[in-house]
Design a protein. Structure first.
Length: 95
């Protein structure tokens, strides 16, 4: 799953996209599964953490402390979510 998040801080607005590393980091920190994202089991802190980690892997400068990053956020929203299914096989040609 990939989420594109629109982040508004007290000084900037930008978009970041999660990747597998970010989702796994979120699962580890919050002791949950990515499947909970689909059922609406995600809060603002979850989105903020994913945005924070996405910034770090995208070389966007952020505070070393998640709480300091969080204090500067004004708004965060999901712009797009893409469900990736790596188990989908290749199409079978019709005979």
């Amino acid at each position: 799953m990939q989420l594109t998040l629109k982040v508004t801080s007290d000084s900037d607005t930008y978009e970041v996209t999660t990747n597998l590393y970010v989702i796994v980091a979120w699962e580890r920190k919050f002791k949950t599964k990515a499947s909970n994202l689909a059922s609406g089991g995600v809060g603002i802190e979850d989105l903020a953490f994913m945005a924070y980690e996405s910034c770090k892997v995208s070389n966007i400068s952020v505070s070393p402390s998640f709480d300091d990053y969080l204090k500067k956020l004004v708004n965060i929203e999901v712009v797009e979510d893409v469900v990736l299914n790596p188990t989908d096989g290749a199409p079978i040609p019709e005979a």
